[in-house]
Design a protein around this ligand. Structure first.
Ligand SMILES: N[C@@H](CCC(=O)N[C@@H](CS)C(=O)NCC(=O)O)C(=O)O
Length: 439
């Protein structure tokens, strides 16, 4: 009886131990959890291949491949890449790995996952044509450089394609200050010349004073420019810096009318008559004679009085207000020249002109004169906006030239001038159509 019991117990133990052994064996053959799978796919998969080849268990190998990814599509591709698996049968682990390494990938081009950065490119302007929204990459033979999780996202189409946006550089600052709003509102179709057109033949070259805005800012040159624009004479401009006026005009063979006079702009070259002329008075007479239509009255008693009074009344105010600000509108070389020559001539700094209440005092001192000036300017107001009524004269260009020059250098002085001598506003605005060509 006892023996029978021992035999029975022994048999049960053998069954239990065998079952435990079989379970253990089955567990050993199972694949590890997905959580432990965190490297390049092939490196990790080869661990399973080792086990699979050693035990020659096809099902375990397939399971390893299938569990390599949660994406069925990835599993399908991986299985395809490793096909034909039966070639591994009978190979040792090293030989199997070598075989897998040598396989050509059937998928030649793979979309890059979106966490792979492009190499930085040098700045280019204009920007190069934007690349395709998705970059392509030929993976090295039999190696997936990306972690399986990324590969899974990529083959299952769940990643967002890279979108390259190349930011263009900020637009360049406009060189010129914009004209004031009333300028834009009032300017009528201008006698502007299409210089880009091949048929444009300038008859006049206007030598003008250079400033950093590349536009006319000299009150005297403005008189001639207004006249050229008014008469629609085709011309082009050559801007000359203050220190270059004398050498430039000398080189052209121009000489001042008398030994007291110095080289100055405006100067013109008249191409049809092959003549160089310097000095605004001489130029205005020449232009009126050569281009009589539309005519411009160059002088009148009223005009002469207004110009003389303007010089006497507003001259002192503007010669205080303008030079210290003018320097900000000149190139560095010219600003240095301007400061050196003016300060030597006047015996004080430019800035001292507007120190304290100098400027205010000058405006106050001009009060009575400005009232007189306003009355004179409005003499013929009933007939039109200009000094002589309906038609512009050279005096209007004298006034408008001073105002436009002041506006460019110091807008506050321009506005005050227009407020104190009210009649100037109508003249300035009526001259705006002839201020459109300004360079
Ligand atoms: N008398 C000359 C004077 C013109 C004038 O003063 N021009 C100034 C520029 S607004 C000039 O050229 N200055 C040269 C200098 O200061 O070196 C005219 O009416 O044309």
């Amino acid at each position: 009886m006892t023996y029978t019991r021992y035999i029975t117990m022994s048999a049960r133990m053998i069954v239990v131990v065998s079952a435990a052994f079989l379970f253990h064996l089955a567990a050993a053959m199972d694949v590890p959890d997905q959580s432990g799978f965190n490297g390049s796919f092939f490196e990790d998969a080869l661990l399973y291949i080792d086990g699979a080849v050693d035990s020659v268990m096809k099902a375990a190998f397939q399971a390893a491949v299938a569990r390599a990814s949660t994406s069925p599509r990835t599993a399908a591709i991986v299985a395809n890449l490793l096909h034909p698996q039966h070639m591994l049968d009978g190979l040792g682990a090293a030989a199997a790995e070598f075989y897998v390494q040598q396989q050509d990938l059937e998928v030649q081009y793979q979309q890059m996952p979106n966490n792979v950065e492009e190499p930085p490119r040098p700045f280019q302007y204009p920007p190069p044509t934007p690349p395709e929204p998705q970059a392509y990459y030929i993976p090295p033979a039999n190696r997936f450089p990306a972690p399986v999780a990324t590969v899974a996202g990529w083959v299952s189409d769940t990643f967002t394609p890279l979108v390259h946006t190349i930011k263009p550089p900020a637009p360049l600052r406009p060189l010129r200050t914009l004209p004031p709003p009333h300028f834009i509102a009032l300017a009528r179709p201008a006698p502007q010349q299409d210089m880009k057109n091949d048929t444009f033949k300038p008859e006049v070259v206007l030598y003008d004073l250079a400033c950093i805005h590349c536009e006319c800012f000299s009150p005297v040159v403005w008189r001639i420019r207004l006249m050229l624009n008014y008469k629609q004479i085709p011309y082009r401009t050559v801007f000359v810096e203050f220190p270059d006026i004398e050498p430039t005009l000398k080189a052209l063979g121009i000489s001042p009318a008398s030994s007291e006079k110095k080289y100055s702009v405006p100067a013109i070259y008249h191409q049809p008559s092959n003549k160089y002329i310097m000095d605004s008075d001489a130029i205005s007479k020449f232009l009126e004679f050569t281009y009589p239509e539309p005519s411009l009255q160059l002088s009148s008693d009223l005009g002469t009085e207004i110009e003389a009074q303007g010089r006497a009344v507003l001259g002192p105010v503007l010669s205080i207000a303008v030079p210290p600000r003018e320097i900000d509108h000149l190139s560095p070389r010219t600003a240095e020249y301007f400061r050196r020559t003016r300060e030597a001539r006047w015996g004080h700094t430019l800035e001292s002109l507007i120190e304290g209440d100098n400027e205010e005092q000058a405006w106050t001192a001009a009060q009575e004169g400005m009232k007189e000036q306003d009355k004179l300017i409005k003499t013929n107001r009933a007939e039109g906006p200009f000094v002589l009524g309906a038609m512009p004269s050279y005096t209007d260009f004298f006034i408008a030239g001073v105002m436009e020059s002041t506006r460019i250098v110091h807008e506050a002085s321009f506005r005050r001038h227009m407020k104190e001598v009210e009649g100037t506003q109508a003249i300035y605005e009526a001259c705006l159509p002839w201020m459109v060509q300004r360079d």
